[in-house]
Design a protein around this ligand. Structure first.
Ligand SMILES: [Zn+2]
Length: 71
């Protein structure tokens, strides 16, 4: 006889069976929201990185022909 007890992947508490738990496979709606927040948090990190790289990519002093051409 195997009683499969699921663990909440957020807080490690036992999870109630799906029939009586609207937040399945999490122990509560709150933990489900936490899991969702983690997903979104990782997505938001990517644009942050891109902005950092853009600051490095502005070669403004790369025009040698403009200096001393019309003198
Ligand atoms: Zn939980």
């Amino acid at each position: 006889m195997s009683t499969t007890v699921r663990e909440c992947s957020i807080c490690r508490k036992p999870v109630a069976p799906r029939a009586e738990n609207p937040a399945f496979p999490f122990c509560s709606k709150r933990c489900r929201a936490v899991d969702l927040g983690r997903w979104l948090g990782e997505e938001y990190r990517m644009p942050d990185r891109q902005m950092d790289e853009q600051e490095d990519e502005l070669p403004r002093d790369a025009h040698p022909e403009r200096t001393g051409g019309d003198a």
